[in-house]
Structure formats: structure tokens, C-alpha cells
Design a protein around this ligand. Structure first.
Ligand code: CUA
Length: 349
């Protein structure tokens, strides 16, 4: 390898290569910075709690920059005055207590860090306050499982998965628990994260100032497919939310075509019904998501793939190639059975 590099170094291309190598660290740094952008940026808040978190983050960055800048100034001053200061000699007191050392090395860091510590602690106490259990706000129960989220609307029969609808400009209390291991529910643009624990309910307020789509994710490592445990909040205008909730509360629409009816038979006779619930049918499984209104969701497998026929076919036929380790097994279906099943699942609106 060294021979090759040496040969390149002597050649005319070396001038072109070096700037490229120099550009690599800043490019990587920029890439890391940009990774924080996108639909899950806490610095693009759409609610009051998320805004306070974002302000605290910027303040921490600004103050940390001051401390870092002070340290850099000290370094530069030290470099230029190194002869004057000399190297400390054993037994001799080093002349380090120069005015700039005291200001940049002691006063600024102490003042800044103490202020930041106090602010962050006050903010943390405020932000981690759960909404009271008797709060009149609408409650939504969100249960984390490896690796998806079940979503229930108490007081109704509505059950869905991974895609939570809430009314915009209305406070909503999320009550979250876990089925198996610890997960963490996090919609960065609406609020902080909150742990979903087995056997203990945590509460969090969600309030979206504007209707829209708010992407979130599991924020606690929970196994092989932790990264594919997405969650999304759709903040709908209140009247559209009420219509959605009314639809979700209904049992499934009876299959209209012979092919879809055949699909329902396939669903009931294969393992599907032992793991999934379809209200209005004998399928009462609780291992996987409720599929009563599957077609109202825009994604499958916790936001892993779009909810379109081709993807659905792939997911049903070979789930492990889409999400390895998921509890969904591959079913031994014939071509016509798969086609009928897809027709049926696509009719669950
Ligand atoms: Cu669930 Cu990470």
C-alpha cells in the first residue's frame, strides 16, 4: 500500500489528492451536523414544551462555545507567552496565575457552568412534570412492544398501531407502558421523550400547534429492530380527527368481492388470526397490531415500509427479509391464497 501511495505522491495527481483529503474531516463533521435535520429535529419545535427544550439546547451550545472559546484563547495566549512564562521548574512556583488565566480559566467557566447547571435543572424539573392523572385532557394509551406501538383510545373501541392521530391545538395525554422490555416514546417536535416501562404507566402531554405530520421513534435501545420502531403523530383539524376516530371505532367492513371473502377465509384458517385482531371477525390475536382498519395506515411494520400492495405482499410472504427478528412468521401460502389475502387486507379501510 505504501508503495502505491508513494507512487501517487510523486505523480502529478498528488496536488489534486491532498485538498480532497483535507476536506474529509469537515465533510464528515457537516454530515454529522446534518444528520440532526429532517422530520425529527427537536430544533424545529411545534409546541411550547418542545420550544423550551430547543431554547435550552441553543443556550447550552452558546455557553459551551464561550467556555470552549475561552480555553482556545488561553491556549493561544499561552503559546505566544511561553518564553515569558517559561516552563515550571521543580520546587519553583509556576507563574500561571496571570490575569487572563484567572478570567478565562476560572471565572468564565465557573460562572457559565454554574448558571447552565441551575437553568438546566430548573428546566428539567419543569419539563419532566407529568400531566396529572385526573387531567381532563383526552387520553391515548400507547403500548410499546418489540417492535411496534399499539394505540388505544379509551372510551372508544378504536385501536390502531404506530400512527397516532390527535386533534390539533388540543392537549392530549399519552399514557404509555411496555409489553416486554423498556422502550421510549419520543416525538421530538412536540415534546421530550418518555420511557415506556413494563407494568408502570408514564404520562406525557402532546399538543400540536399546527395540523401536520410529526415523526417520532423509539428512543431506548430495545433489541435487534430498535431502529425500525418508528411512530408518527398526525395532528388533524378537530373535525377530521372526530371523523377518523368514528371510522376507527367501527368493526371491519364486510368483504365485498368473492376474492376478498376468500381472503378472509385464508386469514382465519392460517396463523394470521391467532396473532392479529380484526374486529367484527373471530380474529382476536394480540401478538401483532390490530388490522381492523389496516388500510387507513400509510406504513407497515412500524413505519418501515409503505402500506402499498407490493410491499404488503413482500411483508406477508417474507417478513424476516423486511424486519429480521420480528414475531411475524412467513406463511406457507399458495399464489392464489396470497392474492386473495392481499385483496382482503386492502379492503380493510
Ligand atoms: Cu423500542 Cu427501541
Amino acid at each position: 500500500m505504501s508503495t502505491g501511495e508513494g507512487a501517487v505522491g510523486r505523480g502529478p495527481s498528488s496536488c489534486r489528492r491532498r485538498p480532497r483529503r483535507l476536506a474529509l474531516p469537515p465533510a464528515l463533521f457537516l454530515l454529522v451536523l446534518l444528520a440532526g435535520c429532517g422530520p425529527m429535529s427537536p430544533l424545529d419545535p411545534e409546541s411550547e414544551p418542545a420550544r423550551r427544550i430547543s431554547v435550552l439546547w441553543w443556550a447550552m451550545l452558546a455557553l459551551a462555545t464561550i467556555v470552549f472559546g475561552g480555553a482556545c484563547v488561553m491556549l493561544i495566549v499561552g503559546w505566544f507567552r511561553r518564553r515569558e512564562w517559561g516552563l515550571p521548574v521543580l520546587g519553583e512556583r509556576p507563574r500561571l496565575f496571570d490575569g487572563s488565566v484567572v478570567v478565562f480559566g476560572i471565572v468564565i467557566p465557573v460562572v457559565v457552568l454554574v448558571a447552565l447547571f441551575a437553568w438546566a435543572n430548573v428546566a428539567m424539573v419543569q419539563e419532566t412534570d407529568s400531566p396529572p392523572a385526573n387531567s381532563p385532557a383526552m387520553k391515548i394509551e400507547v403500548t410499546g412492544s418489540q417492535w411496534w406501538w399499539q394505540v388505544r383510545y379509551p372510551g372508544t373501541t378504536a385501536v390502531t398501531a404506530n400512527e397516532i392521530h390527535i386533534p390539533a391545538r388540543t392537549p392530549v395525554t399519552i399514557v404509555t407502558e411496555a409489553e416486554d422490555v423498556i422502550h421510549s416514546f419520543w416525538i421530538p417536535r412536540l415534546n421530550r421523550k418518555v420511557d415506556s416501562l413494563p407494568g408502570h404507566a408514564n404520562r406525557l402531554e402532546l399538543y400540536a400547534e399546527k395540523p401536520g405530520y410529526y415523526r417520532g421513534s423509539c428512543a431506548e435501545f430495545c433489541g435487534q429492530q430498535h431502529a425500525r420502531m418508528g411512530v408518527a403523530v398526525y395532528a388533524d383539524p378537530p373535525e377530521r380527527f372526530r371523523a377518523w376516530l368514528a371510522t376507527m371505532s367501527r368493526p371491519r367492513a364486510a368483504p365485498a368481492s368473492p376474492l376478498a371473502r376468500r381472503g378472509e377465509q385464508v386469514f382465519m384458517s392460517k396463523q394470521c388470526a391467532s396473532c392479529h385482531t380484526i374486529r367484527g371477525t373471530p380474529a382476536r390475536g394480540e401478538v401483532g397490531p390490530d388490522l381492523t382498519h389496516l388500510k387507513t395506515r400509510s406504513t407497515l411494520a412500524a413505519l418501515t415500509i409503505p402500506n402499498r400492495r407490493g410491499y404488503l405482499a413482500g411483508w406477508v410472504a417474507d417478513p424476516q427479509s423486511v424486519k429480521e427478528g420480528a414475531k411475524m412468521p412467513a406463511l406457507d401460502l399458495t399464489g392464489p391464497e396470497l392474492q386473495a389475502l392481499l385483496e382482503y387486507l386492502e379492503s380493510l379501510k
